[in-house]
Write a protein that binds this ligand. Structure first.
Ligand code: ADP
Ligand code: MG
Length: 632
């Protein structure tokens, strides 16, 4: 047995360890992840070195990681058959702060620009994370170098560590025994819990992880394997393992990239939407980020933009340090490069699907389209986004039909320069929308928008293949009138001069009745089936956008709009006659209010229906009286 020597930690380390234990990770279990990943690194190094040099390595030892617990002693031990460490290596690697995260923290802390606390939040510290759970740690290691002695390193992680050489004939590798703090003994000597933690963070480590006789990591890191070797069933199995879905994935994307950053990604489009962006599932999205098969972050939300959050999967890169913290990840250049590549890959994948198989794309769209639509905020990919969005439209047979903007354009009428759209609660509601009567008559297609987000999409796309996107209610009726009608124009005799001048007076009277609730009463150029409609004064946002803005600013007042009158409608013609006979007839006032309130009702602004209902009842009473009389 060699002599025992005591070595002081550098000052920064003691301080670091202290802070570490108290503040670094809220999640104590990650110490296991760190120890296992170090073991895996050591095994990887062994495999590499034994294949390149003949150095008397013992090939009979299985390359594996073993975890043992001792309830009585309150310890957990992680053992590997990797490269091991010489005395010098132990001192250099775990006795000082020579390695990555810790070194940076100490260096920056010395420069005094940032407090140790913030620094520790920004970098991880690998091996030292064990002191979150340990009172004392013993590292027993034997290097693969011929004739290396067994070295024992022990420390309580406060001020110093002890080094000792043993004469024992131990096999190559490293064994780390963690003497657990009293309050954590139960938790980390419980093998069921240990297995659970390992499956969570270390499931794809490249060497068997044994807890007792059981291998914990049974699923291979499929994303690291060559594509041509993987069967669809394997992808499906992996997808189910990853998402707990019981169905096969709708689609699989397996990519591996070498430049500008190295990474592998295995991504899936689930067959069903899970509505992650609403309600309880709001945060349940994101790709799992691995660094060399070790989980760094579950459901990372920086790798893909939110509008692609339906994509599930994993990303693994060699280029990030394992002990990088969440905060550092967020503004990491490498992460941004990976994210930009991934986003492009997913978009290309969708474009290809849309081009190769429109039905399949429609299937995708029905599940995930409403999430994808939020992509209007991605200005960089605006053009690609515009090609990928789908809408229902007046040309479709039912509410399930979908059209792309390109399809719309291909159907546009000769001379048409604009793509028209209208927002409504349903296809039925849009069919009754007075603003669309003109479009129906002229056979001009209108995109039907059912979700408020659709209109934001329209606002950002703005233009598609030289076509301007225009809200149907903003279309210029004169320009539309230039198109030849597809439907029969209603056969109504023109107003004679006298009727025309009565109409003017009637409109003035209606304005008088409605007062400031309307800004203007005017003859409509767009109506054919409805007697009246409300429109916005020129240059205003669309009615639906107006509604959103009012909801946001909690404005519950009724907007002041223009009342457009259809002079060819039978009701308006009757009103002209009634007014001509008696410009004081109470029916005119009653009808004016009724028409205005019905229009409000259609637009969704009528908050108090009492007056309207009262009027309907008295009109029904009156007309039924006439009806009975006429029957006699
Ligand atoms: P990192 O893994 O990022 O280098 P760590 O703090 O986790 O930082 O580990 C520090 C160093 O200690 C490692 O780089 C390695 O050289 C050495 N080391 C730790 N664990 C082992 C092990 N099980 N076998 C061999 N070397 C190890
Ligand atoms: Mg490490």
């Amino acid at each position: 047995m060699g002599r025992k020597t005591t070595h002081k930690f550098k000052a920064e380390i003691s301080q670091l360890l202290d802070i570490l234990v108290h503040s670094l990770y809220t999640n104590k279990e990650i110490f296991l992840r760190e120890l296992v990943s170090n073991a895996s690194d050591a095994l990887e190094k062994y495999r590499f070195q034994s294949s390149t040099a003949d150095n008397g390595a013992d090939d009979s030892l299985p390359l594996e990681i073993r975890i043992e617990t001792d309830e009585e002693a309150g310890t957990v031990t992680v053992t590997d058959t990797g490269v091991g460490m010489t005395r010098e290596e132990v001192m250099a690697n775990i006795g000082t702060i020579a390695h990555s995260g810790t070194a940076q923290i100490a260096k920056l802390a010395q420069e005094g620009k940032e407090s140790l606390d913030t620094l520790i939040g920004r970098f991880g510290v690998g091996f030292y994370s064990v002191y979150m759970v340990a009172d004392e740690v013993t590292v027993k290691t034997r290097s693969m170098q011929p004739d290396s002695p067994v070295i024992v390193w022990t420390s309580d992680g406060r001020t110093d560590y002890k080094l000792q050489e043993l004469d024992e004939d131990l096999p190559r590798g490293t064994s780390i025994t963690v003497q657990l703090k009293d309050d954590l003994k139960g938790q980390f000597t419980n093998t069921a819990h240990i297995k659970q933690v390992l499956t969570k963070h270390s499931n794809f480590v490249n060497f068997p992880i044994m807890v007792g006789d059981e291998r914990v990591n049974t699923v291979p890191a499929l994303w690291r394997e060559p594509k041509f070797q993987i069967k669809p069933e394997q992808y499906a199995e992996f997808y189910k393992f990853l998402t707990f879905d019981s169905e096969d994935p709708f689609d699989t994307m397996h990519i591996s990239v070498d430049a500008p950053v190295q990474f592998n990604a295995l991504m899936f489009i689930p067959p069903k939407s899970t509505d992650f962006l609403t309600g309880m599932n709001r945060d349940n999205w994101g790709l799992d980020l691995y660094v060399r098969r070790v989980l760094i972050q579950h459901q990372n939300k920086d790798l893909l933009p939110e509008y692609l959050s339906f994509v599930r999967g994993v990303v693994d890169t060699e280029d990030l340090p394992l002990n990088i913290s969440r905060e550092t990840l967020q503004d990491n250049v490498l992460m941004r490069k990976i994210s930009s590549t991934l986003t492009k890959q997913v978009l290309s994948h969708l474009e290809k699907m849309a081009a190769d198989n429109a039905d399949r794309y429609a299937e995708f769209w029905k599940e995930h389209g409403s999430i994808f639509k939020a992509g209007y905020m991605d200005f960089i990919h605006k053009d690609r986004y515009a090609k990928l969005v789908r809408f229902n439209s007046s040309e479709q047979e039912d509410a399930d039909g979908l059209t792309s903007l390109a399809d719309y354009v291909s159907r546009a009428r000769e001379g048409q320069k604009e793509i028209y759209y209208a927002y409504g609660a349903s296809r039925e509601a849009l069919a009754l929308n007075p603003h669309l009567e003109m479009f129906r008559r002229k056979g001009i297609e209108v995109l039907y928008l059912y979700e408020p987000i659709d209109e934001f999409a329209m606002d950002t796309i703005r233009e598609f293949e030289e076509f301007k996107l225009v809200a149907a209610e903003h279309a210029d009726p004169a320009a539309l009138d230039a198109f030849e009608s597809k439907a029969d124009e209603p056969d109504v005799p023109e107003l004679n001069e006298e009727q025309s001048s009565t109409l003017d007076k009637l409109m003035a009277r209606i304005k008088e009745v409605l007062g400031d609730s309307v800004s203007e009463v005017k003859v409509s150029a767009r109506l054919s089936d409805s007697p009246v409609c409300l429109s916005n004064p020129d240059g205003h946002v669309t009615s639906s956008m107006d509604k959103i803005m009012r909801a946001v600013s909690k404005d519950t007042s009724i907007p002041v709009k223009v009342l457009e009158i259809n002079p060819d409608h039978a009701l308006v013609r009757n009103m002209i006659d009634i007014y001509a006979k008696n410009n004081d007839d109470p029916f005119v006032e009653q009808a004016a209010r009724q028409l205005y309130e019905s229009a409000l009702l259609l637009e969704g602004y009528l908050t108090d229906p009492h007056a309207l209902v009262g009027r309907i009842q008295s009109l029904l009473t009156q007309s039924s009286g006439w009806y009975v009389k006429a029957e006699d």
